[in-house]
Design a protein around this ligand. Structure first.
Ligand SMILES: [Zn+2]
Length: 224
């Protein structure tokens, strides 16, 4: 009798546990609409405002920057190089941080995050983009990825740039904000991952895992 009662109690607990987890699964978040994140950065004589949209859908963090081009005309091909440079260099699949992140650059004619003045040649910055950038054609895409890094709130990582005075170790980092030959470094994504932790609840699969762990524990106790 005692064993049967224990088994009954175990079943009852399991049922309740499953009930709780079923509720959690149905309430889990798989869609968070775009929110605008904005702020300002300063470093000695440098200062700029930044803004972008961030949301969660299609199993990925989605980061969207809307850019309005002014100044001299650009070709569709050149805009494509800038766009692909930003999107390819910044986007990551789930293997790097456990969650995928898609970065998207849209060319807009109003309601932009950033207005860029296009010039023919020379050096550039966040709001001035030369068509013939000093680093040459092989770095045109990386140039857009670097400048839009500032639009995402990042500092420069080379001496003489708009460096982060609170993080003096982030100098000559070898990353994209130091050199156009560099890729994105892990801490570049800190703000997006923090946003994800705050705004997107764990995937349903982790609830199921927890649920099974709970059942296993109950069964084990019943047997012993
Ligand atoms: Zn820069």
């Amino acid at each position: 009798m005692k064993t049967k009662l224990t088994k009954f109690l175990a079943l009852a607990i399991t049922t309740i546990t499953l009930g709780i987890f079923t509720t959690s699964v149905s309430a889990s978040t798989t869609f968070v609409d775009f929110q605008t994140i904005s702020g300002s950065r300063s470093s000695d004589s440098f200062g700029w405002g930044y803004s972008y949209d961030i949301g969660y859908f299609d199993d990925a963090i989605q980061v969207d920057v809307d850019v309005l081009l002014t100044g001299i005309a650009t070709t569709l091909e050149h805009r494509g190089i800038w766009e692909n440079g930003f999107e390819d260099i910044w986007s990551v699949d789930a293997t790097r941080f456990g969650v995928a992140m898609n970065f998207n650059l849209d060319w807009v004619t109003s309601d932009s995050d950033l207005i860029v003045n296009v010039i023919q040649s020379g050096g550039g910055n966040l709001s001035t983009w030369p068509i013939e950038q000093n680093w040459g054609p092989t770095h045109y895409g990386a140039f857009a990825a670097h400048e839009l890094g500032h639009q995402l709130g990042l500092f420069d990582e080379y001496s003489g740039g708009a460096v982060d005075l609170d993080h003096s170790e982030r100098l000559n980092s070898g990353g994209l904000m130091h050199t156009l030959d560099g890729g994105t470094l892990d801490y570049y994504y800190d703000d997006f991952l923090s946003w994800h932790t705050l705004n997107v609840v764990p995937e349903p699969s982790s609830f199921f895992l927890l649920g099974y762990a709970g059942i296993a524990l109950v069964l084990r106790r019943t047997r012993s």
